[in-house]
Design a protein around this ligand. Structure first.
Ligand code: AMP
Length: 280
């Protein structure tokens, strides 16, 4: 497994590999890799001859009061995990490499970027779209793998890939959870033991909505109310949003249909966590 730091080196590798392996896949990450990331890398391995895993804590997707500086960083362990899961190449650029001095070009996916997480994190999806566009252009990837865990991000990136006519096909992989239901996240590392217990309320709310929808309840008002009821049992957890939306537009719907996105975000202490399900 190669480790490269510059776009030029990356292109040299992927261009050479393209002739040998046909399909280039990319798994964009911010490092602090866990089993959720590993599942994306394994999925990429199954479909691609060359799997690029990018590790880059992208400053432009963090707000001024967010956790950029203290975001967990564990490069050595990340390389081990990525290699074991089947990565061919790690792309770990510096901030200056992806944002050259004077960088002034950004990708704005209008409308979508202000919904769900974008509403509570202004500028977040602008940063995400910008960095992912840079990564897709640099790798000339055929397939790009993302987790359903960040479902609003998937909607933003699908729109971007379509609008920019990028050649990459977006592949979405299921949410990997702890045995007790908590969705794996690099930010789970911030939780104290007590907060870790409280954090289960997110997956409980998601499961409650899944069960209700499976039993035939399709009204958004009823599904959202049921989720709020679950959250009410843990008043120390501050709900950011509970929404039932069209997964393509991220606009609220009144009735759940197969493919509708039910998503929640909440603060457990100072840590903001998200979870979701796609209605069956
Ligand atoms: P991050 O490093 O948090 O930016 O995440 C990199 C990629 O891993 C994104 O596409 C995430 O959606 C995905 N991911 C993060 N957590 C999980 C999880 N628990 N299950 C599946 N994919 C995940």
């Amino acid at each position: 497994m190669q480790i490269v730091r510059t776009v030029q080196e990356l292109r040299e590798w992927t261009r050479a590999d393209r002739y040998e392996t046909n399909t280039i896949g990319i798994v964009p990450t911010m490092g602090a890799l866990h089993a959720g990331h590993a599942s994306l890398i394994r999925a990429a391995r199954e479909e691609c001859g060359c799997v690029v895993v990018s590790i880059f804590v992208n400053p432009t997707q963090f707000g001024p009061n967010e956790d950029f500086a203290r975001y967990p960083r564990s490069f050595e362990a990340d390389c081990e995990l990525a290699k074991a899961a089947g990565a061919s190449l790690i792309f770990a650029p510096s901030v200056e490499e992806l944002y050259p001095d004077g960088a002034a070009t950004f990708v704005e996916v209008e409308g979508l970027s202000n919904r769900l997480d974008g509403k509570s994190r202004p500028g977040h999806f602008r940063g995400v779209a910008t960095v992912v566009a840079k990564l897709l252009i640099a790798t000339e990837a055929d397939l790009a793998f993302f987790g359903q865990k960040d479902a609003a991000q998937v909607a933003v990136l699908r729109r971007m890939v379509t609008d920019l006519r990028l050649p990459a096909k977006v592949v979405v992989c299921p949410i990997v959870r702890e045995p007790d239901g908590l969705a794996l996240s690099s930010r789970n590392a911030y939780l104290s033991e007590e907060e870790r217990r409280r954090a289960l309320v997110l997956s409980r709310a998601v499961r409650r909505v899944e069960a209700l929808a499976a039993s035939g309840e399709r009204r958004a008002s009823a599904l959202i109310a049921a989720a709020h009821e679950v959250f009410a049992a843990k008043p120390a957890v501050r709900v950011d949003y509970v929404e039932l939306v069209n997964w393509e537009t991220l606009l609220p719907v009144e009735t759940a249909a197969p493919g509708t996105l039910f998503a929640v975000a909440a603060f457990v202490g100072t840590t903001r966590l998200i979870d979701n399900t796609i209605v069956a």
